[in-house]
Design a protein around this ligand. Structure first.
Ligand code: SF4
Ligand code: SF4
Length: 389
């Protein structure tokens, strides 16, 4: 059972969320929070609580997402939408440098500016906190540091929100990533709707405590702390999906030739939506673009996807020509090879890839189908990998 300590928690009235946004802005942060745009709840720049999706929720299923009214004033009563904090820490398009050729032929280069946005993220759910942790390993881990990611991430102020409802495609409990934020935040909020609309707040850092002191937080009572624990308990019991992770790495390694890869590929459009919405996917490519006059050129980093044929193009051909091989690459990377590569699963159970797959392919269903018909170890080939996919 979730335990929340009243002695270290505070309470904020819902009206004080505006003060929280203002206090963060006053400290020089660009505040990114949830807001409704284009029929979805997106994480975008906000300057007041009026921009938050008050009273709005989402209904999610495989291949389905729609907004509806909740009938109350909840500010965070929804689940993750199609974008994530990745859009801000690892932007989809990033100009690495620009070059200009003057009339005399002299070429000058503009490097990336040293200044990056200083972000405060408002409303980070625990699965997405885990996803940020995964991308930290990728971009600022031991062997390689991505300067742009590091500059955006280094000083980011994180206000987590403990989920009060689970979506139909959520499975953070299976992945051990939620629904309560345990660490990695400056402040963590739990929205309480019974009685007065308020938030239980836990500080996770000194600067979190400083901001909290500025916005009129009051001491939490035992009843407030128990109410917050009950919210997390209830949410944990509502998970729409589950995924059995027991020995999943070995399971997938020994089923590289499973017929399920062919079956799922009959539906898979190789559109790459699942990789674009995934908060941990990090594949990218680099393109050089020039104008027709040959006077301006730039190098741009763009998100790429293992579902693109060109992504595995080397020496005159693609390594993964077939769609079964591309789906298998994505799923085995998420749930198996990522563990060898980064010491953690590449999936945090956010459910976005299920909701946003146009044909409702479901990673939990695919993993369960392989487990139910496990081919067992291939003799003499522990991982069962062959060269023809
Ligand atoms: S699994 Fe779904 S979202 Fe992913 S590439 Fe295939 S069709 Fe697109
Ligand atoms: S693989 Fe799917 S459920 Fe897992 S983190 Fe990525 S989008 Fe979320």
């Amino acid at each position: 059972m979730a335990v929340v300590s009243a002695s270290t928690a505070s309470v904020l009235r819902s009206a004080a969320i505006d003060d929280l946004i203002a206090a963060l802005a006053a400290r020089g942060y660009t505040v990114i929070g949830p807001t409704v745009r284009d029929g979805a709840i997106l994480y975008e720049e906000v300057s007041s609580a009026a921009q938050l999706p008050a009273g709005i929720t989402d209904e999610q299923e495989g291949g389905t997402y729609r907004l509806s009214e909740r009938g109350d004033d909840a500010l965070f009563g929804f689940n993750n939408g199609p974008n994530s904090w990745k859009h801000h820490l690892f932007p989809p398009n990033l100009t690495l440098w620009k070059a200009h050729r003057a009339a005399g032929g002299e070429i000058t280069y503009d490097e990336q500016p040293d200044e990056r946005p200083r972000y405060a993220f408002l409303g980070v759910r625990s699965c997405d906190l885990a996803a940020i942790g995964v991308q930290d390993k990728v971009f600022i881990g031991d062997s390689y540091t991505d300067a742009d990611y590091e500059a955006r991430r280094r000083d980011a102020f994180i206000v987590a929100i403990n989920c009060s409802k689970a979506g139909n495609t959520c499975f953070c409990v299976s992945m051990g990533t939620g629904p309560r934020a345990e660490s990695g935040y400056d402040l963590a909020l739990t929205e309480l709707l019974e009685g007065e609309h308020r938030f239980l707040v836990e500080a996770g850092s000194e600067r979190g405590e400083e901001v909290l002191a500025e916005v009129g937080a009051e001491e939490a009572s035992r009843a407030d702390a128990d109410a917050a624990a009950a919210v997390s308990e209830e949410c944990a019991s509502q998970m729409g999906r589950e995924l059995d992770t027991d020995g999943i790495k070995e399971l997938l390694y020994r089923n590289m030739e499973h017929p399920r890869w062919d079956e799922v590929s009959e539906r898979c459009l190789t559109c790459g939506n699942c990789t674009l919405v995934c908060p941990t996917c990090f594949c990218h490519t680099v393109e050089d673009v020039s104008d027709l006059a040959g006077e301006e050129a730039e190098r741009v980093r763009q998100w790429d996807s293992c579902f693109n044929l060109d992504h595995s193009y080397i020496h005159g051909g693609s390594v993964r020509n077939s769609s079964p091989s591309r789906y298998r690459q994505w799923m085995t990377h998420k749930l198996a090879t990522w563990i060898d590569q980064f010491g953690t699963s590449g999936c945090v159970g956010c459910g976005r890839c299920i909701t946003w797959c146009p044909v409702a392919i479901d990673i939990t269903e695919e993993a369960a189908a392989i487990r139910a018909t496990d081919l067992g170890p291939s003799p003499g080939d522990e991982r069962g990998i062959s060269a023809d996919h």
